[in-house]
Design a protein around this ligand. Structure first.
Ligand SMILES: [Zn+2]
Ligand SMILES: [Zn+2]
Length: 597
């Protein structure tokens, strides 16, 4: 699969080591945007969001005006045992990760499953919960084994040969595929197994294993929407993450509330299959009402991500039709949901001449414009070189030049991608230069969104490897530049950073959505922060230290590659000197062969 700028499977440093002191948010010095409709009037007077321990914070060296908290939807109330929630999330992570290991495609179901089992006690206020999260991260997760037992049993059960069971398996698996919505790529099999056993139980009436299949109670559903951290309100920067749309697109809203995001991305259907069931009317209605309930402006701050299968530059007629149909279907879903921005990867030339590939993309976009009314397709900047379109600003400029309705075309700047593609963002000067280039070549008026990712791979490496904020080669300074760029105000800013880490006990990768919750607060905290002050320097160093080992590894890989390419060039030259017509090794950084998106 050619891949994803979604989540990277590479293990990252444990979140326990990550900075916790991100509680205080500062708004930009200016008053809130008038277009922000999400301020909860009942809480705007609140002071700091006490969701994360701010004790480590040094004396503020910056303005803390407009610091506000939004007790999301009024759901945050003081209540009971935080431990259960944390535990349930851990279970969820295990489930999800195990699925990934087993199968490279499918729907995410495990989350809801795990939550079903344990979420009844998720009645926790954000503050307590966060404190618990921190504690949890510091302590070994002792009861993990116990908690996952049901799944292990299920697995054992599933692996036992049985005609009845196998037969049932097929049916259930098929049923699951019909479920609308999907999040990060490969998740499904484990859940499927769980579901299978439960179905078997229902059908055969034999209590093989006692795994109660129960509907979610009202309380449980409400608990799913409980935030890890409260959303900030009154900010002009709308930060969130690419959240799961498992079990329906309406769930993205609560998944975003959960991490305290003010903007979000998602897949509108499985991004790894061509055939998908239509958007369900009920899910559509729920999405719209959820956005209303939780005060998200779907037209401005929701940025769906297109399928990785779609290549609008496709030369083959049949494949191009298939790609266009899938693309248009997504745009139509956006319009049904009241979403006006739709991010997608421009495509690949497939070894055909670049200008013709670009013309095919533009033609498809013009056609899609005619078939829709309000949605704006947003071209994502890419990391890889070679055949991949969009790794230079010129590519995007050339596509836009051929678009008839320029009001309805945009660009999403992915910080990791542009950096890997050779556009620096680290120093204020470099950042300014990149934005100036963007403005001169493409035009900043086309900038409609950003993907906020640090880069595991070095500058100009053309590798698409997302890293957590501050840990990669971009570093926190780059994100300070981003967060204080007034021209980004009002745009959706979406994290696609890794949230998996190795569980020290099981050795398995587990998902931790609190990583996004913390990153959002960290980024919000950078607004108005003095980049020369002690507070910033300490935070910058802390994060940089955590990513040091990984950067060293990737730098080494990169250096080796550069050396290899250099030798290839030399060999080529040697052969050339013998009169053989051989293509030179090309740019040292240009092959992009290991790029992910
Ligand atoms: Zn992308
Ligand atoms: Zn991206």
């Amino acid at each position: 699969m050619k891949a994803s700028d979604q989540l990277d499977d590479t293990p990252r440093s444990s979140p326990r080591s990550r900075r916790q002191t991100v509680g205080a948010n500062t708004s930009a010095v200016k008053p809130p945007l008038s277009k922000s409709s999400r301020k909860d009037p009942s809480v705007t007077g609140t002071d700091l969001p006490q969701v994360l321990d701010s004790s480590k914070r040094t004396t503020p060296t910056r303005s803390r005006k407009h610091m506000k908290t939004e007790a999301v939807n009024g759901t945050a109330k003081p209540v009971s045992p935080p431990e259960e929630l944390i535990q349930s999330t851990s279970d969820l992570r295990i489930l999800v990760k195990q699925e990934e290991e087993e199968e490279k495609a499918g729907e995410i179901q495990a989350k809801d499953k795990a939550v079903k089992k344990t979420s009844r006690k998720r009645n926790i206020d954000a503050k307590e919960e966060t404190r618990e999260t921190q504690a949890n991260e510091r302590l070994p997760k002792t009861s993990k084994g116990k908690k996952t037992t049901p799944v292990d049993k299920v697995e054992a059960e599933v692996s036992e040969p049985s005609t009845k069971k196998s037969k049932r398996k097929v049916i259930v698996a098929k049923k699951e595929e019909e479920v609308e919505g999907e999040a990060s790529p490969p998740k499904g099999k484990r859940k499927r197994k769980v579901e299978e056993v439960e179905e078997k139980l229902d059908e055969l009436g034999e209590p093989i294993k006692k795994i109660p299949k129960k509907r979610k109670t009202k309380e449980e559903k409400e608990a799913d929407a409980m935030p890890i951290v409260a959303r900030s309100s009154g900010l002009r920067m709308f930060i969130g993450a690419h959240v799961s749309s498992a079990k329906g697109v309406h769930n993205t809203v609560t998944n975003c509330v959960h991490i305290g995001g003010n903007a979000f991305a998602m897949f509108l259907k499985s991004q790894r299959k061509w055939e998908n069931p239509p958007l369900q009317e009920e899910h559509k209605d729920l999405f719209i009402s959820n956005c209303g309930d939780h005060k998200y402006d779907a037209s401005s701050h929701v940025l769906p991500h297109g399928s990785y299968l779609v290549n609008l530059a496709q030369e083959d007629h049949a494949k191009a039709t298939q790609a266009y149909d899938a693309f248009l279907d997504d745009l139509q879903r956006c319009e049904a949901l009241g979403i006006k921005l739709y991010n997608f990867h421009p495509g690949s030339t497939g070894n055909h001449p670049r200008p013709s590939a670009i013309a095919r993309i533009a033609k498809a976009l013009n056609r899609a414009h005619m078939a829709t009314k309000t949605v704006t397709p947003v071209l994502e900047t890419m990391a890889a070189g070679g055949n991949v379109l969009g790794s230079t600003f010129e590519d995007l400029r050339d596509i836009i030049a051929l678009i008839d309705d320029k009001q309805r075309i945009g660009v999403c700047l992915d910080t990791c991608h542009v950096f890997a593609a050779g556009y620096d963002l680290r120093s204020p000067t470099a950042f300014k230069k990149t934005l100036d280039d963007f403005d001169q070549i493409i035009g900043l008026k086309f900038l409609r969104a950003l993907h906020l990712n640090d880069s595991k791979a070095p500058f100009g490496s053309h590798r698409d490897l997302h890293q957590n904020i501050g840990l990669g080669f971009l570093g926190l300074r780059a994100f300070h530049n981003v967060m204080n760029e007034t021209r980004f105000e009002g745009l959706p800013l979406v994290l696609e950073t890794p949230i998996d880490h190795k569980d020290p006990e099981t050795g398995k990768d587990v998902e931790d959505k609190s990583v996004w919750a913390r990153e959002i607060k960290t980024l919000e905290g950078l607004i108005g922060m003095d980049a020369d002050g002690a507070e910033f320097k300490a935070l910058e160093k802390e994060l940089a230290d955590k990513g040091a080992e990984e950067r060293r590894k990737l730098q080494e890989q990169f250096d080796k590659k550069v050396e290899k390419d250099r030798k290839a060039v030399e060999r080529g030259q040697t052969r050339l000197s013998f009169g053989k017509q051989k293509r030179k090794g090309g740019s040292v950084q240009g092959s992009g062969s290991d790029s992910e998106a």
